[in-house]
Ligand binder design. Sequence first.
Ligand code: PHB
Length: 403
Amino acid sequence: MTSTLRTALLGTAFGLLMAAAGPLLGPLAGPAAAATIKVGVVAPFSGPFALVGKTFKEAIEVYQAQHGDKVGDDTVVFIYKDLDQANPAQSKALSQELIVKEKVGYLAGYYFTPDALAVAPLIDEANIPCVIFNAATSAITEKSPRYVRTSFTLWQNTVPLAEHMAKQGIRKVVSAVSDYGPGIDGETAFKTTFEKNGGTVVDTIRMPLKSTDFAPFMQRIRDSGAEAIYAFLPAGPTTLAFAKAFADNGLKDAGIKFFGPGDLTQEPDLPTLGDAALGITTSFNYSRAHDSALNKTFLAKHKEMFGSTDSVTFSSVGAYDGVHVIYQMIKNTGGKSDGAKAVDSVKGMSWESPRGPLTIDPQSRHVTQTIYLRTVEKVDGKLENVEKVAFEKQPDYGYKVGK
Ligand code: PHB
């Protein structure tokens, strides 16, 4: 017997012995035992924003159907907690429960900015990464080194839009935003960029987050004498009511041009908005109509699993790419729970997403990505955000602004 063969046989025998003894010796012996790694997802699954939770969950399931539920020997499971509206105290309580009772190794989700901000002390204390699938105020990732974000920021979407509007020769614009983190970021990003490029913001309107009656704001927009509007509201019943009010109050017919980040024309709302949405120009990181092989594969799998792609929108890819990052963190740390190491391991990571190329900026821990200028048009009788211009490699322009 050659010595190599002898070693191989001995190795095999040792391997078999260890495999048999494994359950008796416990996890200290041999290679690390297979584990279940839990990811807690906090999002709205009920109430007016329930669509968000649905898009997150569906995207997670599509990702796991395509890539499996295992990373190495470890099985990844998702545990969902319903947070029906912006409620930071409840966000903190649910996240704490996930950490303490469920022993999750990762937190994820978070639609509204205040809910994401509320968990900063928890993730630092527990040394757990938090992968934000949506909340879009720039300052969030400055509050803890354990945040990573796979969505977008208002600064990121607004800077190229404001530059484009100025280039189109638009000079007088009114800004109308929801009065909280992302709205204020949007207003600041718009005013700074648009005025630097020769335009004037004639009025800045901040609307309470819970507004449902937009008629008084429409009057103010009309009175401002602006030729166009820049608007941000969190996507959902809010944006739907605002865009309808814009048409119903005659601003569209008066020729006022309507611009904003793509939250305003999210795909699931387009059938309800109907022709009122035609011609609205937005800037965003994802359109369901994005023409790429990867997006087609993503949509086909979604359709196969859920029967339609009607619910697919920006929050779907925020979650889909978020799961990709979590899988990489688990892989890079060999399944060990060390939040700081896991986050460090994905700094600078690049990959191709259904929305286009993404890179995690090592400083901001936010994705650098292509932002598209889109116009709502009818494609085969269906309203879609049709991409017109691509602004590549857009960073979070709002990271540490003024610091
Ligand atoms: C946020 O609260 O950060 C937020 C919510 C909904 C959006 C965008 C941003 O569509």
